[in-house]
Write a protein that binds this ligand. Structure first.
Ligand code: FAD
Length: 405
């Protein structure tokens, strides 16, 4: 029996415990996680860790000592199989039943894999955990050609790391542009050119019909019949939120567990946060969405921890995100979904520029490439809901924050 049981030892789960102790919460806390590692940063798995530039120890969120000193019980390598809301307990895959006062569901998601023949062959790799990244790294070292399926952040980042290592890379995207789900067309085109200039064989609008191979992947068969040879296939086509046990226990759900502004689920004393939580987001005009970002996991964790100690305040954080590819640092503030105007600020040829997204004349988001100043000030103008003209926003002689005056 613990006062707070956190399911999922990832970004969100760790932050709940950190924030509870920061808020002087004196009750007992347990984190149950199905991976064997202490909580670590996931973003480097397709960046510095995959590239071999950072050791695992350097991506751990906190050293073991930190959790010991703060008396956070870590039950690792343990999966929660079911939840009993009436009894206020969870049962693990090992059959142990653990009682809770409050339960925080912070389980993230698992990589969506391709439901096609050969989609689960050895050598077809999703990317979510350290184990995935280790397997991908080991396989890439001996691979001749690597096919990346999916032109989202993870696929593009993996492709950049692999090209830097001199690997032959083919990247397949089903839609007619990369980053279609998260960015405007101009940014997509910039990143497509970037990857092609670095030697990625980038193909858009291609359907994948099957993964070929007997005991191990040997190639990827496209809808038009072409077979692209591959020794490793990296799949980056999104995640399926890990909500099974909670939904089975009766939690209201849609695309994720539904939570209110305080991250409470429909079940008593059960919260959900991070990648698995579908919430109404003020920066998406109140639409119910899931956000897959460290920022969201941390901010929702803070909302929950403060709620537990009686300092309740609703979630209202500006979404932000980053991605590193080659020498490009992309930083995003706000959500560009639904924009009706995109203004280019700066010159992409200089490899430092921003795209400002507007809806009905109001700034709703920015994508900033090697333009940290714009990003920092962009957060301010998005939060303020700035109304500005395209000419004003494109004028690089004027810092964005001056438009707020
Ligand atoms: P997670 O960090 O995924 O933690 C969930 C944990 O719960 C996992 O360990 C999972 O195995 C465990 N779990 C699931 N079910 C159970 C169960 N039943 N019992 C016990 N444990 C369970 N975000 C950014 O903002 N910027 C980036 O650049 C960026 N890059 C990324 C690169 C990669 C390769 C990946 C995979 C993600 C990246 N993200 C990035 C997204 C970011 O990592 C996630 O948004 C964040 O980890 C979400 O935190 P979370 O706590 O919701 O889930």
């Amino acid at each position: 029996q613990f006062d707070v049981v956190i399911v999922g030892a990832g970004h969100g789960g760790a932050q709940v415990a950190i924030m509870l102790r920061t808020q002087k919460f004196a009750g007992s806390i347990a984190i149950i996680g199905d991976e064997s590692e202490l909580p670590y940063e996931r973003p480097p798995l397709s960046k510095e860790y995959f590239a071999g530039e950072k050791e695992f120890e350097r991506i751990q969120l906190r050293p073991a000592k930190y959790w010991d000193e703060r008396e956070v019980t870590m039950l690792l390598g343990t999966r929660v199989a079911s939840v009993d809301p009436a009894a206020h307990s969870v049962t693990t895959d090992g059959g142990e039943t653990i009682g809770y006062g409050k339960l925080v569901w912070a389980t993230g998601g698992s990589p969506r894999m391709l439901p096609i023949p050969g989609g689960d062959l050895p050598g077809v790799q999703g990317v979510r955990t350290r184990a995935d990244a280790d397997a991908m790294k080991a396989a890439s070292e001996t691979a001749g050609q690597i096919v990346v399926i999916g032109g989202g952040y993870i696929g593009l980042e993996a492709a950049a790391v692999l090209r830097k290592a001199g690997k032959k890379v083919v990247l397949l995207e089903a839609l007619d542009r990369v980053l279609a789900r998260v960015a405007g067309e101009e940014l997509s085109r910039f990143y497509e050119k970037e990857h092609r200039d670095h030697g990625v064989d980038l193909r858009l609008g291609v359907g994948v019909e099957a993964i070929e191979g007997r005991d191990h992947v040997t190639g990827v068969r496209l809808a038009d019949g072409e077979v692209i040879p591959a020794d490793l296939v990296i799949v980056g086509i999104g995640i399926i939120p890990a909500t099974g046990p909670l939904v089975a226990a009766g939690a209201a759900s849609g695309n994720g567990v539904l939570v209110d502004r305080h991250c409470k689920t429909s079940l008593p004393d059960i919260y959900a946060i991070g990648d698995c939580a579908a919430h109404e987001n003020a920066f998406a005009e109140g639409a119910t969405i899931r956000l897959e970002s460290v920022q969201n996991a941390n901010d929702q964790a803070n909302v929950v921890a403060k709620g537990i100690v009686g300092d309740e305040a609703p979630y209202h954080a500006i979404p932000w995100f980053w991605s590193n590819q080659y020498d490009l640092k992309l930083q995003t503030a706000g959500l560009s979904t639904g924009h009706d105007q995109a203004v280019l600020r700066g010159d992409p040829a200089n490899r430092s520029f921003s795209i400002v997204y507007l809806k009905a004349g109001r700034v709703i988001a920015l994508d900033c490439v090697n333009a940290t100043k714009d990003y920092v000030q962009g957060r301010m103008i998005v939060t303020a809901g700035l109304v500005a003209t395209a000419e004003q926003l494109a004028d690089t002689d004027k810092p964005l924050k001056e438009l707020l005056a």
